[in-house]
Design a protein around this ligand. Structure first.
Ligand code: SAM
Length: 327
């Protein structure tokens, strides 16, 4: 079974935000005072998530990413991973985390059937980490990265958002890590979503500029990885690690977009940058049969836009909460 949208894209990937809570307050993601959090009952239960994924997998969804908020702050996350792993058709379950709690959970997550982790880290400097995350301690994150590797959650991918005058002087340090380790370092273009007061054309660094900076260290050789996705991958000659560039703004990857998103409150989002949401929770809680959930999933795919054109939008207010939508 394969799901195709109106633009002939195969939709086989579901990103699930399991919570809007986070144990960090990154300056570019959350307002200083945090965001208004959903009550416990407003968030989909694990049983509801597993039911949705079961139906989605029967339609052709093969890959799941668990995100948030910070997914590791939700209780019993390993139970969710194990339950998703038990579903027929689900081939790949990954998780995006800030890594603070990863040392504690890495081996249990691997045992539960998690395939991989992506760890968000924007600096290697403890003082700067504290500033960017408004008080976070980098120590546990570094231990979490080691623990993920020891648990076999490979390859460990580190996502860095370079911002001018904030951490752009560390781009070469991050890229340099691929010379010594097999980690994937992925540079993600700073997007104009979040609290809104930090993003500016000056702070924003395009992928082309990022790549030029990295190429200053040596020629980059394109790498063809088995999995498809929005990143373009390269490596330095003979390097064990890989460098990826993800550009939501300058090089749309909409043509290859294979994903749907499910928010913590049970709304299906066909596109990260679109305001369209389809309410699955209401249907789930009204006792809708599987056929109705399937209809709503198909509807989300039917209304999935061809592209986001975020660079042409003036009002980005509905995109403010990455923690709610799930980054
Ligand atoms: N708490 C988890 C984490 O830190 O990875 C998952 C949620 S977080 C919202 C997911 C990713 O979104 C992080 O890698 C973060 O850097 C990224 N992100 C948040 N706001 C962003 C922005 N304005 N531009 C680019 N990436 C952003």
């Amino acid at each position: 079974m394969e799901l195709r949208d109106r633009f002939d894209r195969v939709i086989n990937y579901l990103r699930i935000s399991v919570t809007d809570r986070c144990n960090l307050r990154c300056v570019y993601c959350m307002p200083r005072g945090g965001v208004k959090l959903s009550g416990h009952r407003e968030i989909l239960t694990y049983e509801e998530i597993v039911r949705v994924v079961g139906i989605a997998s029967s339609l052709g969804v093969r890959k799941i990413r668990i995100t948030g908020g910070e997914p590791l702050v939700r209780k019993n996350i390993t139970y969710l991973v194990a339950s998703l792993r038990a579903l027929e058709g689900i081939e790949d379950i990954s998780l995006t985390t800030n890594g603070i709690l990863l040392e504690k959970y890495a081996s249990a997550l691997a045992d539960a059937g998690l395939t991989r982790v992506n760890i968000s880290l924007d600096t290697f400097r403890p003082d700067r980490y504290r500033e960017i995350t408004r008080g976070g301690d980098i120590g546990p994150v570094l231990k979490g990265i080691d623990a993920a590797e020891a648990a076999g959650l490979l390859p460990v991918k580190i996502n860095m958002v370079p911002m001018r005058h904030i951490n752009d002087d560390e781009i070469v340090d991050f890229a340099g890590m691929t010379l010594r380790t097999s980690r994937h370092i992925r540079f993600i273009e700073f997007m104009p979503i979040g609290p809104g007061d930090l993003w500016s054309a000056d702070r924003y660094i395009t992928t082309d500029e990022l790549k030029k900076t990295v190429e200053g260290m040596g020629p980059l050789i394109p790498v063809k990885l088995r999995r498809t996705g929005p990143a373009r991958y390269f490596r330095f000659e003979g390097a064990p690690g890989v460098i990826g560039f993800i550009s939501a703004l300058t090089h749309h990857f909409c043509d290859e977009c294979n994903r749907l998103r499910l928010t913590a409150e049970g709304k299906l989002r066909p596109c990260l940058f679109s305001d369209t949401e389809i309410d699955l929770k209401a249907a789930l809680r009204k006792g809708a049969p599987d056929s109705e959930i399937e209809r709503l999933l198909r509807l989300a795919i039917e209304v999935k836009p061809q592209g986001h054109h975020i660079e042409e939008r003036n009002d980005l207010s509905s995109l403010k909460h990455m923690s709610r939508i799930g980054g």
